[in-house]
Design a protein around this ligand. Structure first.
Ligand SMILES: *Cc1c(COP(=O)(O)O)cnc(C)c1O
Length: 407
């Protein structure tokens, strides 16, 4: 073992020893055969509490209350759970968040609704490095509505700037669609300044919060955000395919119209009316029967996030990503690996991306060894460090395993 490695191991151990959130890792189901889980931002780990919650649900609300549970709780669940996501993770007052569909479908609904609120405007503005689904959905809507999809370039490390948005947005812009945290670089966008820049041109803004929610504190109400969407299976540990959430600022809800007119989003659902008339409030953003089973694991993670507090979660995230970068400097940079994430902790989210031409092949080998990062084309290994389930020692094991695979 080199001196570098010995020092790093000692540092990781010391950081874990004083980590106020260290005990939370015990609350997760042990990951058998896993040496380092570095993909908590793609699929969060399940909590032990979730096993009992699902078992109780099968016996109780589903198994015994049966159809009565729709009246007793499930009809309201997309809204009550939405309010809880809003209160704990979004900085959103009640009545503005709903849990339903997938992020992709919610993007379709909200981008369509936003475009409908700005008739006569001719373009949607999006950043070129946004996640494929965001760009694809926006381009499909632009094509269907005869709008131009204008692509904004951001800095590879720090993403889209407020100045860049202010320059690009104009009286032609209906909507700006941005990720708050870039899925590759981890760059954090300046939500207050960029939202204000869009509003200065009377354009609307939609924030994708997939890589933010549960990892960084958010203040949607305070920033005056119009629309937001996000996943619940990343840092909210909702499990594979758990539903998305959508936020619509309260004063826009009466006039915003989403295009998937389903019975569950209609006024007076059980009157089975002849014509669709949207329900009031956030219910109008629902279309079909809500995925109740998929909402259960998320409840446990929300409890945990509330208990830990997002300020402490963000502080641990800073500490984990800083250690990853420190280890990068000592053991990966000398091997020609590049750093594709900002060094300033305020400018990065919960993940760090390294670049090397051999990373695609190396990721496969790492997975075989129980070290689980994510490969992101081209040539990027992304390590997503979910603060409540990941230790400093585990983070370091991951970086050292990448080094070992390269040499
Ligand atoms: C993960 C992710 C998605 C995923 O969308 P799904 O509909 O859940 O598949 C969308 N946008 C961003 C930015 C993401 O990171």
């Amino acid at each position: 073992m080199t001196d570098d490695t010995t020092q790093l191991l000692a540092r990781a151990a010391a950081l874990d020893a004083t980590d106020p959130l260290a005990e939370f890792a015990e609350r997760f189901v042990p990951a058998s055969g896993v040496v380092a889980y570095l993909d908590g931002n793609s699929l969060g780990r399940p909590l032990r509490a979730t096993s009992s919650r699902i078992d109780a649900f099968v016996r109780g609300a589903w198994g015994s209350r049966l159809i009565r549970s729709w009246d007793e709780q499930w009809m309201e669940l997309p809204l009550t759970l939405g309010d809880r996501v809003g209160a704990i993770a979004l900085g959103a007052a009640a009545g503005q968040t709903v849990v339903a569909d997938s992020t992709t479908v919610m993007l379709f609904k909200l981008i369509s609704a936003a475009v409908g609120l700005r008739p006569g405007r001719s373009e949607i503005l999006i950043e070129g490095s946004n996640f494929p689904t965001d760009r694809f959905v926006a381009s499909g809507i632009a094509a269907a509505h005869g709008l131009e999809l204008r692509v904004l370039a951001g800095d590879p490390l720090t993403g889209v700037s407020a100045e860049g948005v202010a320059e690009a947005v104009s009286e032609r812009t209906a909507l700006v669609v941005l990720s708050h945290i870039d899925y590759r670089s981890g760059a954090v966008a300046d939500m207050p300044a960029i939202t204000a820049a869009a509003h200065a041109a009377d354009a609307l803004i939609l924030w994708d919060l997939c890589h933010s929610v549960g990892a960084v504190p958010l203040e949607l109400d305070r920033c005056g955000v119009d629309f937001a969407v996000g996943c619940t299976y990343k840092y909210l540990n909702g499990g594979p395919g758990s539903p998305a959430f959508a936020y619509v600022r309260s004063d826009l809800q009466g006039s915003a119209e989403q295009p998937i007119w389903g019975w569950m989003g209609a006024a007076n659902v059980f009157e089975m009316r002849e014509q669709y008339e949207p329900a009031s409030g956030m219910r109008r953003f629902i279309s079909g029967t809500p995925p109740v089973l998929g909402m259960l694991p998320l409840m446990d993670m929300l409890d945990l996030v509330e208990e830990a507090g997002l300020a402490r979660i963000r502080a641990k995230s800073h500490s984990l990503t800083a250690l990853a970068i420190e280890a990068y400097d000592q053991v990966l940079a000398p091997l020609g690996v590049t750093l594709r994430t900002a060094r300033d902790p305020e400018l990065r989210g919960g993940h760090v991306t390294f670049g090397h031409e051999r990373f695609q092949e190396i990721t496969l080998r790492l997975w075989g060894d129980g070290v689980l990062p994510d490969y992101r084309h081209p040539g990027g290994i992304r390590i997503g460090l979910s603060p409540l389930s990941t230790s400093h020692a585990e983070t370091l094991r991951g970086v050292l395993a990448i080094r070992d695979a390269l040499v």
